[in-house]
Structure formats: structure tokens, C-alpha cells
Design a protein around this ligand. Structure first.
Ligand SMILES: C[S@@+](CC[C@H](N)C(=O)[O-])C[C@H]1O[C@@H](n2cnc3c(N)ncnc32)[C@H](O)[C@@H]1O
Length: 196
């Protein structure tokens, strides 16, 4: 079940993207959060970010997921041998995990491909423990991002920062921050699952 065009999928698996993702984007996207406990990564693509997390935070236990079987296979190959990592196929809108299973959920550049990303936020809230953290970043709804995705033909629904803030709160998150950057083309988010 590919969720992106062949071109975008190949880009996400490419060596240059993996290197930039792991070395440069990962620390920026984590915003000071140090992965701990049970960590779920959504839409991991080739697993580049997961590799960085697994090596830098060896005490964290990672569940690395993607809906696309080709991506799951690529991540499983890249992450083979890392003992604190398991790789699953999972759709972010219907996660196959019990309520409250994770301390931290991460999502890097993937929510805009989950067309029903609002449902995805509800699933993140469900699988997080009370007080758990959701962190990551995504593209915002700009003319250039729209043009790229129309040409590329990947399914998408780009995020508007205000809407993302609102939907995070509606899904039960507190301490929500959404910070836009790079000429308003990307948004980093950080939020915590409220206690019952
Ligand atoms: C642009 S790539 C980003 C990959 C990776 N997070 C990174 O930063 O390199 C988006 C990923 O989201 C995945 N994806 C799209 N829809 C999804 C869904 N509903 N559930 C889980 N993964 C999904 C795609 O298969 C793809 O691997």
C-alpha cells in the first residue's frame, strides 16, 4: 500500500536524504526532547531518523512503523542488528497498539501524507501514556508545497499551523507548541497527552 509517489518514495530512501535527516534534521525536530522509554515512530520511511535515535539514545526502545511495505522492508534492513528497535507495518490512522503503550510518539514529515491526519492525532493520543510526549515536524500548507505535491501526485493534505494547534488540543493534548520556520514552510510541534 504505497502512500507516496514512486519519486517521493525513492527520495525518502536515498542516501543523501538519510544522511541529512539523521545528522541535521533529527536534533532540530526533537526540540530538546531526549527519547526515553517506549518510543513509537510513525511513517518512518527508510528508518533514517530511527537509526539516529536508536544509536544516540540506546536505553530507549523503538517501535518503528510505516504503512508502506517497501518502506517497512527498507527500515528493517537499515535497522537490522540494533537491539532496541522493532519494525512493524502500521497505519497511523489505525494503530495496532493498546491504549497508553508509549512514552513518546514521533512523526517526521509524514502527517501531510496521512490524508486523515486529524484521525492520526487521535490515535497518537490514544497510544500515549498520560503525560507522554508527541514531537515532530511537517510541511505547512504553502503554495510551493501544494505545487510540488500536485506535480508529484502523492496523496496529501498539508497542515496549517493554527489548525494543527487546534486539532492537537481537540485530540486531548496539553502544553501544545507549534513553531513555524524556514519561511513558514515547516512547522515543528511538541505536545503532551493530558492526564485523565
Ligand atoms: C515523506 S516520507 C517521510 C519518511 C521519514 N519520516 C523521514 O523523515 O525520512 C512519509 C512517510 O509516511 C508514510 N505514510 C504515509 N501515510 C501513512 C499512514 N497512514 N500511516 C503510516 N505511514 C504513512 C509513507 O509511506 C512514507 O514513508
Amino acid at each position: 500500500m504505497p502512500a507516496m509517489s514512486a519519486v517521493e518514495a525513492a527520495f525518502c530512501r536515498s542516501a543523501p536524504w538519510r544522511a541529512v535527516a539523521r545528522r541535521t534534521i533529527l536534533p532540530w525536530a526533537l526540540q530538546g526532547v531526549e527519547p526515553y522509554g517506549e518510543v513509537l515512530e510513525l511513517g518512518s520511511g527508510s528508518g533514517a531518523m530511527a537509526e539516529g535515535v536508536a544509536r544516540s539514545f540506546p536505553s530507549a526502545r523503538l517501535t518503528v512503523t510505516d504503512v508502506d511495505l517497501a518502506m517497512v522492508s527498507a527500515a528493517a534492513r537499515l535497522l537490522a542488528g540494533l537491539e532496541n528497535v522493532r519494525v512493524d507495518r502500521a497505519d497511523a490512522t489505525a494503530l495496532p497498539y493498546p491504549d497508553g503503550s508509549f512514552d513518546l510518539v514521533t512523526s517526521y514529515l509524514m502527517m501531510h501524507h496521512v490524508v486523515d491526519w486529524r484521525r492520526g492525532l487521535e490515535e497518537v493520543a490514544r497510544v500515549l501514556r498520560p503525560g507522554g510526549t508527541f514531537v515532530g515536524y511537517d510541511l505547512t500548507d504553502t503554495l510551493i508545497a501544494r505545487a510540488v505535491h500536485v506535480v508529484d501526485r502523492s496523496p496529501h493534505l498539508l497542515l496549517r499551523p493554527d489548525d494543527l494547534r487546534r486539532q492537537l488540543r481537540a485530540a486531548g493534548f496539553v502544553g501544545v507548541t507549534v513553531r513555524v520556520g524556514f519561511a513558514r514552510t515547516v512547522a515543528r510541534f511538541l505536545a503532551h497527552r493530558s492526564a485523565p
